[in-house]
Design a protein. Structure first.
Length: 116
């Protein structure tokens, strides 16, 4: 969930010991444990309420489609580049390119009084 490896967890533990001190650390550890239990309970209740409201269709939902990790821009670009080119895309037609209009010095410059 937070993508914390073992060394980072050890470093956070050492920082907690240094900052909080040994006399306050057990109280904060207990508070953190209660918070984690409450968060899990709330998540379980929300999941159960969703199951109850959706009924039997809950098991039919493809939850992996809603996983935000699949929306990694690097993965999207990699998949798009790895996909085979369509036959329609392979044929490039030469289309005439329109040239920008040249300014005629004899004509006054266009001026929009409302825009200024």
């Amino acid at each position: 969930m937070f993508d914390i490896n073992g060394w980072e967890l050890l470093l956070l533990g050492l920082l907690a010991i240094v900052i909080l001190g040994p006399e306050r650390l057990p109280d904060y550890a207990a508070k953190f444990g209660r918070f984690v239990r409450q968060a899990r309970t709330m998540a379980d209740r929300a999941r159960q309420q969703l199951k109850d409201e959706m009924g039997p269709e809950f098991s039919d939902v493809d939850w992996s489609a809603y996983d935000p990790r699949q929306y990694d821009p690097r993965k999207i670009v990699r998949d798009a580049l790895a996909a085979p080119a369509d036959e329609d895309d392979a044929v490039v037609e030469d289309k005439p390119v329109s040239l920008p209009r040249q300014h005629d010095p004899a004509l006054p410059t266009p001026w929009d009084t409302d825009a200024t």
